[in-house]
Design a protein around this ligand. Structure first.
Ligand code: ATP
Ligand code: MG
Length: 284
């Protein structure tokens, strides 16, 4: 019995998807077969597919689970469940218009031609804002549509915005914030269900570790209370005496988001020799 997972064959989600499996300790066989492979050390079979097809394959139970962007998932609207947000493949689906265009709100899109590869999401967005516009579905290179006179506006994926900028466009609305998610077929046999539980346990440990850093620092003993208050740790920080009298070493963990803020406050409180190291796995 193997758990079948569908991931993108090549593209922006491929590297992070394979890395997630590796970080979960799942080794992929390096076969010649580009369509599927299996793992030597975990009961998993991996299918490599176009990202657009992944929701359908999971709905049809050809694959039990899959990794896909929320943008594709909501556009395809298939009957699958989201089990976990994966924290990579972050982007947004945005409306963009020519840089010199006047734009105040969605009302300015009324009667305009909008080019996109996401007709379903664009229609929902326009309906929500009660705006009537012409949706032109095209299959790629959306950003050039206004320049060649095909459309007045576009709805496309954006991460840094540099593609829009290079094409003389400006971002004016966000239709959807997206990241990669793990999806599953609603019905799964007990055996696969159990493998999925194991896989999820590992994913959560990896995700937790990615968001957390291990911190070591030295502090004069009279400052310890103040420093410990800044570093709650998993249970509480470890405090060890240094060879030099009057000093201790403090070990703890830090959330990535609070990182710079807390480092500053630790320095102000008298911490020295601060080391911050990545954590590979974290089991709570
Ligand atoms: P496929 O050949 O599998 O259909 P694709 O060309 O449709 O690939 P990619 O460009 O590889 O897709 O993007 C895959 C996913 O990566 C997107 O659907 C989106 O969820 C995510 N992504 C993250 N950042 C961006 C970005 N800046 N532009 C496009 N997609 C992004
Ligand atoms: Mg695609």
């Amino acid at each position: 019995m193997r758990l079948k997972i569908a991931i993108q064959k090549s593209g922006r989600l491929y590297d992070d998807s394979v890395k997630l499996l590796k970080d979960c300790g799942i080794d992929l066989k390096n076969g010649v077969n580009k369509l599927k492979t299996e793992s030597d050390n975990f009961p998993m079979e991996i299918y490599f597919l176009r990202d657009d097809d992944i929701p359908q394959y999971v709905e049809d139970a050809v694959a039990d689970i899959g990794i896909v962007g929320e943008n594709v998932l909501y556009e395809k609207n298939k009957k699958v469940d989201i089990i976990e947000h994966l924290g990579f493949g972050k982007c947004r689906l945005s409306v963009a218009v020519g840089r010199s265009e006047q734009y105040t709100d969605c009302g300015d899109l009324r009667g305009k031609r909008i080019a996109t590869t996401y007709p379903v999401l664009v229609r929902q967005f326009l309906e929500k804002h009660k705006v009537d516009a012409d949706i032109h579905e095209i299959s790629g290179s959306v950003e050039i549509a206004p320049g060649i006179g095909l459309a007045d506006a576009i709805v496309d994926l954006v991460s840094s915005g540099s593609t829009l900028f290079m094409n003389g466009l400006k971002e004016v609305e966000t239709v959807l914030q997206s990241q990669a998610v793990l999806i599953r077929n609603g019905e799964m046999q007990e055996a696969q269900q159990q493998i999925l539980e194991k896989f999820l346990f590992r994913i959560r440990a990896v995700k937790k570790a990615r968001n957390t850093k291990y911190i070591l620092l030295n502090a004069p003993n009279e400052k310890l209370n103040e420093i410990i208050r800044l570093l709650p740790g998993m249970k509480s920080p470890t405090v060890l005496p240094l060879a030099e009298p009057g000093w201790s070493s403090v070990h703890s963990v830090l959330n990535e988001n609070d990182f710079w803020d807390i480092i500053e406050r630790l320095k102000e409180a008298g911490a020295q020799g601060i080391l911050v190291v990545p954590i590979e796995k974290m089991i709570l």
